[in-house]
Design a protein around this ligand. Structure first.
Ligand code: HEM
Length: 406
């Protein structure tokens, strides 16, 4: 999972409200390190300025992920284990009034999220101070409909996705004018920040459209989390160089922005689990145990899509998920996947597919191939969908979306 320096606080003592300078620098160091969990924990443990006495033997508290930065932390920071996606609509009045409402809401969300992320500042909700370090990260995005209605300068390719064969999309769980993804160490934090963000949205005239909770299994820092099929999910994500080319916008106003494609995908986990492990591995093109491609021995080995058995059959079968999704078929283009699992009811659990890319046309091309022949299809059903322009981050002293108004 790429971790980027953009969200490190500036070296100004006021960079992270409520944090001592030393603690702010420790937080920066933690975010620069790939495994934010372990690194931050070790650093904070020796720091002694966290203001919370750790019980003997208790794990050391982790430093907050800074809110401010060129890019939003909800895309760049390592994935905390709990998420909540919130979609809102901004009912149309006049274009001028709607622009003003959006501007006001983005400014309020910037203040709210910055205070909640800092965790111990003077304007932090007391319930978040009591909760300990939250590891809150966030991202705010704008739906294609709102961007078009208000004439906002967003990337040209921003559009709702076309329908795909097999889709069973519920409009009440899909779309939206504004999308907010919160991630945190626990659902307590998410519940409190959801309330604060929703109150601000209502005050600006926006109405909640849908929300969706998700989670990850406990995973060692730096390791790839598993999905509910039991496979490591997120292995073949782009490194920083590839992300600059395929995930973030081109140099210019969108270079620290990206596009989120969200799909709520129901998974028949029981039926998949009933398959012999070898069939599961063939459907995926990787091994469940260690995540290695069928042609390799270690998780990060490159899949060899040309390797064949002596009888001429591909080692990674023609309909294997990994073959159909590989960047080779898209001129090398890659998306950054940061999925979460969900479990909403018996028979309704699966994957919250969240992927970031410069051009959402990439998702369409990959999903066209998957819908036609993915070996996972008998076990999957897409039940919701959304696309959002993920704004650049807010550096200290600015608000999310400021570039939209200049
Ligand atoms: C519930 C549905 C899905 C499951 C369980 C699933 C699972 C996986 C797993 C286990 C991998 C291999 C490990 C990894 O590289 O992360 C993978 C790779 C990948 N998946 Fe999915 N996936 C699902 C849906 C999708 C969808 C809808 C898309 C996009 C349309 C997609 C795109 C990709 C891509 C781009 C890769 C990396 C391929 C590579 O570069 O080798 N997946 N997926």
């Amino acid at each position: 999972m790429p971790t980027e320096p953009e969200n490190a606080p500036s070296s100004s003592p006021s960079a992270a409200p409520g944090l001592g300078r030393r603690r702010a620098l420790l937080a920066a160091g933690a975010v620069l390190a790939a495994g934010v969990g372990a690194a931050a924990g070790e650093l904070a443990a020796g720091d002694g300025t966290s203001g919370r006495a750790a019980a003997p033997g208790a794990p050391p508290p982790e430093a907050p992920v800074p809110f401010h930065g060129a890019r939003q932390s909800g895309v760049t920071a390592p994935q905390p284990p709990a998420t909540k996606l919130l979609a809102f609509d901004l009912p149309p009045t006049s274009a001028a009034a709607d622009r003003e409402a959006l501007r006001t809401l983005l400014a309020t969300w910037t203040r709210t999220l910055a205070a909640a992320t800092a965790g111990d500042g003077p304007s932090t909700d007391p319930r978040l101070r009591a909760a300990g370090t939250t590891r809150l990260t966030s991202l705010v995005g704008l739906g294609p409909g709102l961007a078009a209605r208000l004439g906002l300068a967003v990337p040209a390719g921003l559009a709702e996705l076309p329908p795909f064969p097999g889709d069973r999309l519920d409009p009440a769980r899909s779309g939206g004018d504004l999308l907010l993804q919160l991630c945190a160490a626990d659902h307590w934090t998410l519940a409190v920040v959801t309330e604060l963000a929703t109150t601000a949205a209502r005050a600006a005239g926006a109405t909640p459209r849908w929300s969706q909770s998700g989670f990850l299994p406990g995973t060692e820092p730096g390791a790839t989390p598993r999905n509910l099929f039991g496979f490591k999910d997120g292995t073949a994500n782009p490194d920083e160089d590839a992300a600059r080319q395929w995930v973030w916008g081109p140099p210019g106003p969108h270079q620290d922005a990206t596009v989120l494609v969200y799909r709520r995908i129901r998974m028949d986990t029981a039926a998949f689990a009933a398959l012999p492990e070898e069939k599961q591995n063939l459907a995926m093109g990787r091994r469940a145990g260690d995540g290695a491609p069928l042609t390799g021995t270690a998780e990060h080995d490159e899949p060899d899509l040309y390797a064949k058995h002596p009888d001429g059959a591909y080692v990674i079968p023609a309909a294997a998920h990994v073959r159909l999704t590989g960047p080779r078929l898209d001129g090398g283009a890659r998306m950054l996947r940061r999925g979460y699992s969900y479990d909403d009811a018996p028979g309704d659990r699966g994957l919250l597919f969240c992927a970031f890319m410069r051009d959402p046309g990439l998702f369409t091309r990959v999903q066209d191939r998957l819908a036609a022949r993915d070996a996972l299809n008998p076990f999957l059903e897409h039940t919701a969908s959304a696309v959002a322009y993920v704004l650049p981050g807010a550096v200290e002293g600015t608000a999310l979306g400021d570039h939209l108004w200049s």
